[in-house]
Design a protein around this ligand. Structure first.
Ligand code: 5RP
Length: 231
């Protein structure tokens, strides 16, 4: 069973949570895209929902699927957000932002009554941090911000390298919000709350990819004897 099959299985289970009239947050990434594809088919069959996309990529996909969209200013309170994750721990703490959409993803998740994570079960971890933690920063003073971020990481008891994320053309990657991403290769984050607080104290940090206290459930799909098993 392939990764796309598992992502589709998790997305299909999440679709069962969608009810007519819901205001939905639409996540970003390949698993969220599988959900948007399935949701589009339901919408074309007559399901009436409205979605708030968490990235320009998701906006383009959802529009192509015929899903009615709104901005978060038009509907500031959402019923349910369905989004992927890069890591999920046993307390539903997440690392997100592998697709550079963490800022809008976090704003949308925070505005949602429920946030359900959909993922391949390989994203389940005991300790967060093997996946590099994305930190979105303002381009102004990026070097000073990076030095301060490194100090904040050390204060929070973590060690590792902080690298500027580059686009395929070698230039700094620019997010939908016009910011840059620093990826912190930490290996393990033993106190995510302490690291979150330390990062937020750094001027120039716009947001970071630790999603703490936001996810209300996770739908994880794994291969069991050639069948997708969803928990
Ligand atoms: C984008 C994200 C994604 O949800 C995360 O990277 C998971 O992506 P995928 O479903 O492709 O594995 O946080 O910013």
């Amino acid at each position: 069973m392939s990764g796309p099959d598992l992502r589709r299985a998790a997305a299909a289970r999440a679709l069962d949570l969608v009810e007519p009239g819901m205001k939905l947050g639409l996540g970003t990434g390949s698993t969220a895209a599988a959900f948007v594809t399935l949701l589009g088919a339901r919408v074309r069959d007559g399901l009436d929902v409205v979605g708030v996309p968490t990235s320009e990529a998701t906006r383009a996909q959802a529009e192509a699927e015929g899903i009615r969209l709104a901005t978060l200013d038009e509907i500031p309170q959402l019923d349910l957000t369905i989004d992927g994750a890069d890591e999920v721990d046993g307390q539903l703490r997440l690392i997100k932002g592998g697709g550079a959409a963490l800022l809008r993803e976090k704003i949308v998740a925070f505005a949602s009554t429920r946030m359900v994570v959909i993922a391949d079960a390989a994203k389940r971890v005991g300790t967060l941090g093997a996946f590099p933690l994305p930190i979105e920063v303002n381009p102004f003073g990026r070097t000073a911000t990076r030095i301060a971020v490194e100090a904040a990481i050390a204060r929070a008891g973590c060690t590792g390298e902080v690298r500027l994320r580059l686009a395929p053309d070698g230039a700094p990657l620019v997010t939908d919000g016009g910011h840059h991403i620093l990826d912190a290769h930490l290996g393990a984050i033993h106190d995510p709350e302490a690291l979150s607080a330390a990062l937020w104290a750094v001027p120039g940090v716009v947001e970071h990819g630790l999603f703490l206290g936001l996810a209300t459930a996770a739908i994880l799909a794994e291969d069991r004897a050639g069948q997708a098993h969803v928990t």
